[in-house]
Design a protein around this ligand. Sequence first.
Ligand code: SF4
Length: 285
Amino acid sequence: MEIATAPAKHDSVPLEAKSPFEMRVHLGDDVPDTDVKTALRSGDMGFLHSYTTGSAVDGPGIRLVAWTTACMFRCQYCHNPDTWTLKNGIPVTLEQAIGEVRKYANGLKRMGGGFTLSGGEPLMQARFAARLFAAVKAMGVHTAIETNGFYGEQLSDEELRTIDLIILDVIAFTLEQHKRVTGGMDNSDVIAFAQRLAALKRPMWIRYVLVPGLTDDMEEIDHVAKFAASLGVVERVEILPFHQLGQYKWERLALDYKLADTQPPSNALVQQAVERFTAAGLSAS
Ligand code: SF4
């Protein structure tokens, strides 16, 4: 792999961020495309938006979270559109990424927490993700992935067993609604992945983003709930109320943000959605 001689853009940017809501762009632009291709094939290097420490909302306990860049969806409600592009992230060798987790491993174990890989969509960098999970699992640290599931087939059954918890972002159950929210993407692979995880008995949490006027159709929510309940492995459903923290990123990236005037859902609407999942027999909040 080519060694850059000039200081790279990411050299002055710390890998750790206060939150993924920090805007990060072009940090991997100096990596030649041929090296990117090699890295994606081997998993020797990944691209990360950042790490955050001390998260209490991305899996059980207190967690270290690595946010990957690249995503194949274009969700209308995406809070971090800077993570859509692989080379917006900081190039990190697999060894560096493993080393970051090792620094916190004892503390994470003591606090009943662990390591979560989120994004972006982590499985856009499936080899890197798989090798990182294998190394973290070998440290005895609890592992979780937050994924939209579209590239689930990129992980073997054995690789899936190195991930203690899959947090599946379910955007919609019906194809038409899925395409509407994601910018035209199909969800049959997401559904197939969820069913495969169920057959493998892998513990799963489901996240559903509730956006007034976009994802608050109760009939659609019932479809998602019924499907989730049918899997038999869903331990918890989290309703994530839409917010506008990512709006400034859409504006700065000159993207067409259709939700500029959308308000967060009322508590009553969130409760209504929660009840649809609990009515299906799931634990939801
Ligand atoms: S799947 Fe996640 S990262 Fe990708 S566009 Fe949707 S919300 Fe954004």
